[in-house]
Design a protein around this ligand. Structure first.
Ligand code: DGY
Length: 318
């Protein structure tokens, strides 16, 4: 008999077709973002859940799920939306979708760097209003060539970004839980502390997972470590930035510009960013290409299939 799977958000058609062949699926045809209560209700009678980053599957939700749920397969590489510890205690496997979104996300990381350094937000505004005049000093930004890029979190996405940024002539520095092998470092300089990394970061790209340790890692105190006029970008999760302190740093020009693809409380954003011309903000587009989204959903489906066939999946994270 086919396993019954709740798919919490609408997937691309080819992915829903494949899931329907493998499982008895409960699809979300209107792509409603389910409340926690509704998610628990809909999971009744199911063996697994294919979740998205918009589902907050915390302790309360996990403890309310029916005992039949054996796997939560998250349609994302990040899994901060799921309390993996509590899931483990309940014997529920949690999986994610690494690798397949690395390049797409690194592209957006580079776009954030370019957009923030070259004042894209202001430029787009002027272009749309048709009220600009070319001049020698019009919208002068910061050039990347020869500048130092600090990468916080040198996992797959961080390393893919390093490769792209090197082709722009940037010098790569990084902080990671552990120092990488020389092959993986590929010429980048490891820093033992965030203080050391931030102090050489003309531009910072946040590429690390959201954990208790990284929550609000950019805050009033750590912002002081940066060179004056640094640029900060975030392609990982909003949790890493203490917004009030960040907005203050942009206002007093300690930080020259910010590039954000992710922020706390999406789709809401701290209002302080909205009236900052130097904030280049995107709506969580990191993995948003057809190829990548198809591959991510495909992997999320495969993770479930493999789990029920073998009792294992190489992408279990808890
Ligand atoms: C992820 O996979 O974590 C991305 O943020 C989804 O776009």
């Amino acid at each position: 008999m086919k396993k019954k799977i709740l798919i919490t958000r609408k997937l691309l058609r080819s992915n829903e077709e494949r899931a329907s062949k493998l499982f008895d699926v409960k699809l979300n045809l209107n792509d409603e973002v389910y409340s926690q209560k509704k998610l628990v209700e809909l999971s009744q009678g199911c063996d697994g859940i294919l979740s998205s980053l918009t589902d907050k599957i915390d302790e309360k939700v996990i403890n309310s799920l029916p005992a039949s749920i054996k796997i939560i397969s998250n349609f994302a590489v990040g899994f901060g939306n799921i309390d993996q510890e509590v899931a483990r205690k309940r014997n529920i496997a949690v999986t994610n979708t690494p690798d397949v979104l690395t390049d797409a996300t690194a592209e957006i990381a580079m776009l954030l760097i370019l957009g923030a350094c070259r004042r894209a937000n202001e430029g787009i505004d002027y272009a749309k209003k048709e009220n600009w005049k070319w001049s020698a000093d019009f919208l002068i930004g910061k050039q990347l060539t020869g500048s130092r890029l600090g990468i916080l979190g040198m996992g797959r996405i961080g390393r893919a970004l390093a490769k792209i940024a090197k082709s722009f002539g940037m010098e790569i520095h990084y902080r990671n839980r552990s120092k990488l092998s020389p092959e993986m470092e590929d010429g980048a300089t490891f820093h033992e502390s965030i203080k050391s990394l931030f102090s050489v970061s003309d531009v910072l790209s946040i590429c690390c997972p959201a954990t208790k340790e990284t929550k609000d890692i950019i805050n009033k105190e750590t912002l002081e470590y940066f060179p004056s006029g640094a640029i900060i970008t975030n392609v990982a999760r909003g949790d890493m930035i203490e917004d009030e302190a960040m907005v203050q740093a942009l206002t007093n020009r300690k930080i020259y510009a910010i590039g954000l693809d992710v922020y706390k409380g999406e789709p809401k954003i701290h209002p302080g960013y909205l009236n900052q011309p130097s904030a280049f903000v995107l709506p969580h587009l990191g993995s948003a290409t057809k190829k990548t989204r198809t591959n991510m959903a495909d992997l999320a489906i495969t993770n479930i299939d493999e789990f029920f066939k073998t009792g294992k999946s190489k992408n279990i994270i808890n």
